[in-house]
Design a protein around this ligand. Structure first.
Ligand SMILES: Nc1ncnc2c1ncn2[C@@H]1O[C@H](COP(=O)(O)OP(=O)(O)OP(=O)(O)O)[C@@H](O)[C@H]1O
Length: 359
């Protein structure tokens, strides 16, 4: 548990309502929030962003972990930081969470400076954290752990609802030390949610989850987003970023090298399409109705800006011959393709700071 997050043990009222502010729907209602005309993308009002980061810098001795990062997260938005190990994502998050001092730059979280001790408590009460290494007491049960953290917040969510939402119902009385790795991670998620935060930081939240648990965690994040919670997450899973994020930023070597929606990042939406298929037996590529080149695994590939016409020519040709285009696929670069291009092997290693680099 990060320093400063422990406060006197208070068990919250068991019948506390799920929804503490009138403009927020219950997070687990499973319904579309009502939108006002001036609402943001997910029913949250426009206005001041939830997070503002400008020219942020942080070095550890000679290592420039964060080297001039700028981004903004709107209220009610899901924003994902992507990047290789050591790119500077956790350091950025820790500065936003108020656990690490920055060397330079401007940072605003829910309108407050996370480095300002005077408002640290207010900020802690309005943010939820799922960190990579959350220290939880191994001898407490699941319910005791969640109830204890609920007591740190002025208006927490119902403890049993939260335990159910992360898929730990039935394990309330199990001790933390007896949980599996994935179950512990679900408990971490419960601790991030229990304070009913306006802003939720999720640092690789589904690492260790089985595929079913991951999907249900994604559904949970979407429900939170639909109820108006802003979410800033890091992940190494491109599927997770694609499934959850409204916008992503790719961090490499302590800097943001690309930012956009998952669909448009790195020009994905305007990239050329690639049609692949297995030519009919005994059919050389020269006989095909469009120019194709040999590809891997016995396939041929056709690159084109827009695949409709090429597909029409190819499928018409195959039908006239009474054959099929086996293993036919049409792809544009995936989010992972773009990510790998942006963070290739020669990038992502933080540079040593100049002499006298600050800690
Ligand atoms: N407390 C620390 N002391 C010294 N160096 C650190 C410290 N924390 C992080 N670093 C270094 O700073 C750089 C950025 O680390 P950071 O944890 O922010 O990366 P990350 O993008 O979150 O990586 P990962 O995906 O592996 O979690 C790395 O080179 C790391 O070794």
């Amino acid at each position: 548990m990060p320093p400063g997050r422990h406060r006197p043990f208070v068990v919250p009222g068991a019948d506390r309502p799920l929804c503490r502010t009138p403009d927020r729907l219950p997070w687990n209602a499973g319904m579309e929030p009502m939108r006002r005309r001036d609402d943001g993308p997910h029913g949250r009002p426009h206005g001041t962003p939830a997070v503002v980061v400008e020219a942020l810098r942080k070095s550890y001795g000679p290592v420039r972990a964060v080297d001039g990062v700028d981004f903004t997260v709107g209220r009610g938005e899901v924003f994902a930081l992507l990047g290789r190990n050591g790119a500077g994502k956790t350091t950025t998050l820790e500065i936003l969470e108020g656990f690490r001092a920055r060397d330079a730059g401007r940072v605003e979280v829910l309108g407050l400076d996370p480095g300002d001790r005077a408002t640290a408590r207010v900020l802690r009460e309005r943010t939820g954290l799922v960190l990579q290494d959350l220290a939880v007491e191994p001898y407490l049960t699941v319910r005791e752990t969640v109830a204890r953290d609920a007591g740190y917040y002025p208006a927490p969510r119902d403890v049993d609802e939260v335990i159910g939402a992360v898929g730990l119902a039935g394990l309330e009385r199990r001790r933390v030390r007896a949980l599996s790795g994935g179950q512990k991670r679900r408990l971490d998620l419960a601790l991030g949610l229990v304070g009913d935060p306006d802003l939720l930081f999720l640092d690789e939240p589904t690492t260790g989850f089985d595929p079913n648990a991951r999907r249900s965690a994604w559904r949970l994040v979407r429900r939170l987003r639909d109820a108006g919670t802003t979410i800033l997450l890091t992940t190494h899973s491109m599927a997770e970023a694609q499934a959850l994020a409204d916008r992503v930023a790719v961090v490499s070597g302590g800097r943001i090298v690309a930012e956009g929606t998952p669909a448009t990042l790195g020009g994905r939406d305007t990239a050329r399409a690639r049609i692949r298929f297995e030519p009919p037996p005994g059919c050389p590529p020269a006989e095909l109705p469009v120019a194709a080149v040999p590809d891997a695994d016995g396939l041929v590939a056709v690159d084109c800006a827009e695949p409709t016409e090429s597909l029409h020519l190819l499928t018409g040709w195959a039908l006239r011959r009474g054959t099929v285009l086996a293993r036919l696929t049409v792809d544009r670069p995936s989010l992972e393709d773009v990510y790998l291009r942006l963070t290739g092997p020669d990038r992502g290693v933080p540079e040593p700071a100049p002499e006298g680099g600050v800690r």
